[in-house]
Design a protein around this ligand. Structure first.
Ligand SMILES: C[S@@+](CC[C@H](N)C(=O)[O-])C[C@H]1O[C@@H](n2cnc3c(N)ncnc32)[C@H](O)[C@@H]1O
Length: 267
């Protein structure tokens, strides 16, 4: 699918690489992204626990990827209409494979959420593990809040400043542009949004070798900003430095630092 077909797609220069990285990882993403699957389940649960009603009129999910959050939302809520968005047009195919759970009222719109034309009066906007890729989050959340009805719900997850702390310490360029701790979200959201619940709880995965760890990053598409290719020597040096600084009983830990929030538009 060519971007020419979507005139509103004018990616930020880096978005080309982010898109390529997620597109490449799409096939393997669904089974490899266990942390993101767990986050999606917790985020949908948080929304429900905060009192979001089972019947939701108009909903938007952006950065839907292969549908981890889509499934969780559809298990808990009935939506009158549902717009599913992702930067990667091929995500539409992944969603079609969602074993019949995407309802007839859902439609897929590709492109960057920052410039995607959006309807007014949404009842719910949700997104898991995507906002860390948005360079100007105050601008995006102001835009999203303006499209919510009064009383409308916002459920978001991103990652905090401890995300991949091991890679950051070793000088990797695999960071996304907007890692935010829970305490920073109040200043990012517009005043009209009341935060009902927010949590930040790190999760650590462990790998036997640096190669396995790098494969995991590649399969989940999360290293959209990493540019270098790996020579054998580079890999050996990286593994030695990783083990020396972070090795635990011969294993290599990798820290995820998810931040989840549920908010509601007050006026
Ligand atoms: C880590 S995946 C999360 C996918 C899914 N929400 C989940 O929880 O498994 C991040 C997704 O965000 C998409 N993405 C990144 N930047 C985006 C943007 N500016 N607009 C829309 N989607 C974007 C990527 O293509 C990718 O599918």
């Amino acid at each position: 699918m060519k971007d020419m077909a979507f005139p509103h797609i004018r990616p930020h220069p880096d978005q080309g690489r982010i898109r390529q990285s997620f597109r490449r990882g799409l096939d393997s993403y669904h089974r490899s992204a266990s942390v993101q699957a767990d986050i999606a389940a917790r985020l949908a649960g948080m929304l429900q626990a905060q009192g979001a009603p089972r019947q939701i009129g108009a909903a938007l999910e952006f950065g839907c990827g292969t549908g981890h959050l889509t499934r969780q939302l559809l298990q808990r809520f009935e939506t009158g209409s549902l717009i599913l968005n992702d930067l990667v047009p091929e995500a539409a195919c992944a969603l079609r494979a969602l074993d019949g759970t995407v309802p007839a009222q859902a439609r897929f719109e590709p492109g960057p959420i920052e410039t995607l034309p959006l309807p007014q009066d949404l009842d719910l906007i949700a997104s898991a593990s995507t906002v860390q890729w948005i360079p100007d989050l105050p601008a995006l959340t102001a835009r999203l809040a303006a499209r919510l009805k009064p009383g409308g719900w916002l459920a978001l997850s991103g990652f905090g400043r401890g995300q991949f702390r091991e890679l950051a310490a070793l000088g990797s360029a695999a960071a996304a542009p907007s890692y935010l701790d829970a305490a920073e979200w109040r200043a990012v959201l517009p005043e009209s949004m009341e935060i009902l619940a927010i949590e930040q709880r790190p999760a650590v995965l462990e790998f036997g070798t640096a190669l396995e760890l790098l494969k995991h990053l590649r399969q989940t598409g999360v290293n959209g900003h990493a540019q270098h290719s790996w020579s054998r020597r580079r890999l050996r040096d990286f593994e030695a430095a990783y083990r020396a600084q972070f090795g635990r009983d011969g294993r290599l830990p990798l820290t995820y630092d998810p931040v989840l929030l549920a908010a509601r538009k007050t006026g």
